[in-house]
Design a protein around this ligand. Sequence first.
Ligand code: HXC
Length: 523
Amino acid sequence: MSSDPIYSAQLEALKEKKKNMRLGGGAEAIEKQRKKGKLSVWERIEYFFDAGTFVEVGAYIELRNEFFGLGKKKTPGDGVVTGFGLVNGRLVYAAAQDFTVLGGSLGEMHGKKIASLMDMALQNGAPFVSLNDSGGARVQEGIGALCGYGDIFMRNTRASGVIPQISLIMGPCAGGAVYSPGITDFVVMVKDTSYMFITGPEVIRTVTGETVSMEALGGPEMHSGKSGVVTYVGENDQDALDWVKRLLSYLPGSNAETPPSVNSVPQIEMPADIEELVPANVNKPYDMSEVVKNILDINSFLELQENYARNVIIGFGRLGGTSVGIVANNPRESAGCLDVNASDKAARFVRFCDAFNIPLITLVDVPGFLPGTDQEYNGIIRHGAKLLYAYAEATVPKLTVILRKSYGGAYICMCSRHLGADFVAAWPGAEIAVMGPDGAVNIVFKKDIDAVKEAGGDAEAKAAECKQEYIDKFANPTIAASRGYVDDVIEPAKTRSVLLAYLRALSTKHQEGPKRKHGNIPL
Ligand code: HXC
């Protein structure tokens, strides 16, 4: 049949059309993007998916609104490439916007393409990854553009907790182009080339008179350190895409699956002498991420939101090859206390792990919730409650280790037995109390110390004696263990092997909550 001249002419025409379609807004426009340090949309897709596995869906769709001269513009694929393929051998759906076509702006058909691919991802239980590079709603299309975004937000929400959703911000993204990522589970930006804001600097200047640069308004540094919107910042497009591939390796395709297991190195004991990483003096800081790395399989820790609320560490890792979610106080930053931002950061992560069957490991070294007007005015009650709620609600295996201290509300909050931890271990020196010895002495023994002072005695010596009495009573996990709130007091060097054993024991855990439409987490 291919010798038929009419047929071969059609074939040639098809090839030519496909070649042109792949050029999006044209070779010149692609070159302009490259000069900014960005890959083209097809380079991104080819870099992300396993070679030769990407299948495009809806390639021939074009815009159908012709207002304001749009009809005269070429919009191959209406500015977005949608399809599916394999990432490290596993099915992933993706939509990649092409900034060379009308600034990647989202018109009616552009929106419909993304929405229909999201339906496929949801129905087939595979992650959805969006590569965003867009000026937001296509102004010339009016309601057509707005309805496109509405369709996407609706699907983002319906898919939340069913399939993992990951957004890459790979250019200047405005308006609707940032609200969809805002709903998704993880947001990755790219250094120097990506920005996120609901309205750009120009609109801000017109409306409020404020002058601000794109970088200061919505650059990666701001979003990773201040707003907390961003999970990771890639050095360039390739690094961002590599990071997402690694992230996917910890996640199941959907909430109906368990996360993939990998064959891990048979390593029972921890590589470093863990006691050397954690000073005995509870007031001395140290970097908890080093402890985390020592407990997990070698090189398996993937930290998330590294630059935001650094007093709490969150991330994925593997224990004996199984994906786990880590939440850990970090005494290196603000003594590892819980505050507004740390509570938000940890709570959302706990909920993700719970939705996707990823066991939680919580490492505790916490002096309490941060006191002060700043925290109260910013709603620490509401935000701290999120973390309490998230842990209490989670039904995945929950393993907790108290390393040095765990005081007050933060003790309860950091996945205590009272919030349903399946296993709680404590190191021998762990202090579990309403508060630390210094604060407690002034409350419990105030009258005794004052009496010594009034009698002209040595009040300081009395205070030291009272403090010691308090430490002897509470600066160890004995009482908590005797009541069954701590299951085991363990040698620090055994932490990994004990957690491995419990993780195995809980691998078939099944727990149902009460029947309800949904809870009302304090947002
Ligand atoms: C139509 C758009 C567009 C848009 C960009 N373009 N954004 N066309 N609708 N929203 C076009 C530009 O006109 C230009 O076309 C081309 O894309 C490239 O844009 P440049 O401005 O030259 O690029 P750059 O200098 O890199 O600036 C990128 C940008 C800027 C920061 C994104 O274009 C911008 O501020 N755009 C508008 C952002 C915005 O306010 N969007 C609407 C948000 S409201 P030519 O033909 O010149 O090449 C929204 C509503 C939904 O999204 C909200 C749901 C909650």
